[in-house]
Design a binder for this molecule. Structure first.
Ligand code: NI
Ligand code: MN
Length: 229
């Protein structure tokens, strides 16, 4: 069964599989790249990679309105609980859980993770999703790390990697990441939201084609596409 994915700019994605709508890092309010309002999204599940404001985004307002399940690491889940969210599921790095929508495993990511009010957010994570037969890896915010080789051993249909540089890996390190991860398809995120992380995605795609075996997929904000395993 295929999976539909929509990019909302920065690291925010909507993923639809078998009637379930997952939302990853829903930073919409204040996101100059976003074309939808948080009020227009009605997810069943929100997944959060780390505590930074440009990832936690509109989680609290969306979850309070919809009652959706919110999954993140232990520290961020506790913080959400303190903000009045009742339907939270804590996990942590290396841990996997089988949910009704599919399987989620949290991977390492090298970055920070303080919450918007300064609360300690634990360690940042990447998200490894198995939805039916489709595998999807959202790296979160991270620099390049060699253990991406291990993550890739699971077999990745679709990888989402930050390429903005400055706060995360940039285009050149992302090429090493793709060589380690060996995904079938790879799509860039966390770029062009602000001038500081401006990148040329077409130049990146050419580099992916010439230096890796993966197919680069440069999405437009708001674009929807189908991932097949
Ligand atoms: Ni961050
Ligand atoms: Mn970020």
């Amino acid at each position: 069964m295929s999976v539909e994915i929509i990019w909302h700019g920065h690291s925010a994605y909507e993923i639809v599989h078998d009637g379930t709508l997952l939302l990853i890092d829903p930073f919409l309010t204040g996101n100059p790249a976003a074309k939808v309002s948080a009020d227009d999204l009605t997810p069943d599940v929100i997944l959060i990679s780390h505590g930074h404001e440009d990832h936690v985004g509109d989680t609290i307002s969306i979850a309070k309105r919809t009652g959706c399940l919110v999954i993140s690491n232990f520290e961020i889940s506790q913080w959400f609980g303190n903000q009045g969210l009742e339907n939270v599921h804590p996990m942590h790095i290396g841990g996997q859980n089988h949910f009704e929508f599919g399987t989620l495993k949290l991977t390492i990511a090298h970055h920070g993770s303080s919450l918007p009010d300064g609360t300690y957010g634990g360690n940042p994570a990447g998200l490894f999703l198995t939805l039916g037969t489709v595998t999807l890896y959202h790296a979160g915010d991270t620099g390049l790390f060699y253990d991406m080789t291990l993550i890739g051993e699971a077999g990745i249909d679709f990888a989402i990697l930050p390429i903005g540089d400055n706060f995360t890996m940039g285009p050149e390190d992302s090429i090493r990441a793709i060589q380690f991860l060996k995904p079938k398809q790879v799509s860039p995120c966390h770029y062009n939201t602000w001038p500081l992380i401006e990148q040329d995605a077409q130049a990146w795609a050419e580099m992916v084609k010439s230096k890796t075996d993966a197919e680069p997929v440069v999405m437009e904000v708001g674009q929807s596409m189908t991932i097949d395993s």
